[in-house]
Design a protein around this ligand. Structure first.
Ligand code: GAF
Length: 386
């Protein structure tokens, strides 16, 4: 409840409520969302909390424990892309998207806190958007279906903040269930909850924040998206989702576009394969899922070219120390690695993986990595109301 404490210290009152939206890890399906494909993320136990109270007037006054300095004031009337910059653009963008969709946003004071490391590729931005979307609709007494909130938060990020992301992160934050991964078909928007309990099968999840900061705003993400769209156009399909036969890619003369498309087509298939394996019980299935994670990393590294040196070293060290598999997650160029490790009674594999990754970073003189728990957790929700 540190957000509520921050609210009290900055605004001198208790908030009307506190909303939590989780970050996400992604089991499989990277850069497939904006190609109309499949993704299989899960919500983390860590997330962004927003303590919020309604205020008369048409202003959002916002502060964040992670952003020292004066509170930011945003006038709700006349909000438009380009008018707000920095961290406040995410919540302001949500208010803008809500109003543009006909939902009345109340004036409010907002205090934000987060236990997600920023720049770790765990969707702290989407979590911030989703916490604010839930808080503002709830205080404005608007009942907006969660699927609509996903689209509105994504619109805020695309059009207000100006980053051309897909819908995976907001969907994971708003639609996940504890103990499950979320299978999302990004074309039909159909979702299903896939039971995901590694511990029951003698496996464990470990997140490695490589401490190489990940930023989506630097242009490479948008370039990858444009390349995928170009590949689809040249192949005469609406999106890369429409390809399943790798032989079709031979029609792409440009080797870069061919590699980009190959990543998307193979990662879509890996999502479906992991879902199939999760339906099968036992450590054998997790061993196979690990193999798919390792293949996905190679695909992201060599075909999609979004990995970074710290991720490659972390994956190699984890595998050498006995992980079932490991791969970079998220948009790339910095952020985190997800490792799947044996965790049956008495297994020391997780400790060995931590030691191996830490040692490999130290040997290169890199900042020590941070290890985080990755428990498939519940979606965004209200924590407390006065
Ligand atoms: C980022 C984006 F926000 C997602 O939409 C997704 O494309 C991901 O990168 C890559 O899978 O997290």
């Amino acid at each position: 409840m540190r957000a509520a404490e921050l609210f009290l210290s900055r605004f001198g009152e208790t908030p009307d409520g506190v909303w939590l939206a989780p970050g996400r890890a992604n089991l499989m399906g990277e850069h497939t969302d904006y190609n109309d494909g499949y993704v299989l993320p899960f919500a983390l136990g860590q997330g962004v909390t927003a303590a919020v109270a309604r205020r008369p007037g048409r202003v959002l006054t916002m502060c964040s424990r992670q952003e020292p300095g004066a509170a930011v004031e945003v006038a709700l009337d006349g909000l438009a892309p380009g008018r707000v910059s920095g961290w406040a653009a995410y919540p302001a963008g949500v208010a803008w998207a809500l109003e543009a969709a006909g939902h009345r946003v109340p004036g409010a004071c907002v205090a934000i806190d987060s236990d997600l490391p920023a720049g770790a590729g765990l969707s702290s931005s989407a979590a911030l958007e989703c916490a604010i979307a839930l808080a503002l609709t709830s205080l404005g007494e608007e009942s907006v279906p969660r699927g609509d909130l996903v689209a509105l938060a994504c619109r805020a990020e695309n059009e207000f903040v100006g980053v051309p992301t897909g819908i995976m992160d907001q969907s994971a934050s708003l639609l996940s269930q504890a103990g499950h991964a979320l299978l999302l078909d990004c074309r039909s928007l159909e979702t299903s909850q896939v039971p995901f309990d590694p511990a029951a099968a003698g496996a464990g999840l470990l997140l490695v924040n490589t401490r190489a900061r990940h930023e989506l705003t630097d242009g490479e993400y948008g370039r990858r998206r444009a390349e995928c769209e170009q590949a689809a156009r040249r192949l005469g399909v609406p999106s890369l989702r429409d390809l399943t036969d790798l032989a079709d890619l031979d029609r792409l003369a440009d080797p870069v576009l061919r590699r980009r498309a190959r990543h998307v087509v193979t990662d879509d298939q890996r999502v479906l394969d992991v879902v199939g394996l999760l339906g099968a019980a036992g450590a054998g299935a997790y061993r196979d899922i690990g193999r798919l994670l390792a293949q996905a990393h190679v695909s992201l590294r060599d075909d999609f070219e979004v990995s970074w040196p710290e991720a490659d070293v972390a994956v190699d060290a984890a595998m050498a120390a006995g992980a079932f598999g490991a791969r970079m997650i998220g948009g790339g160029f910095g952020g985190s690695v997800l490792a799947l490790v044996p965790a049956a009674d008495g297994s020391t594999a997780e400790g060995a993986v931590r030691d191996a990754v830490t040692g490999a970073f130290a040997a290169r003189g890199w900042t020590a990595p941070e290890f985080l728990a990755a428990a498939p957790s519940a979606a965004a929700r209200r924590l407390a109301a006065r």
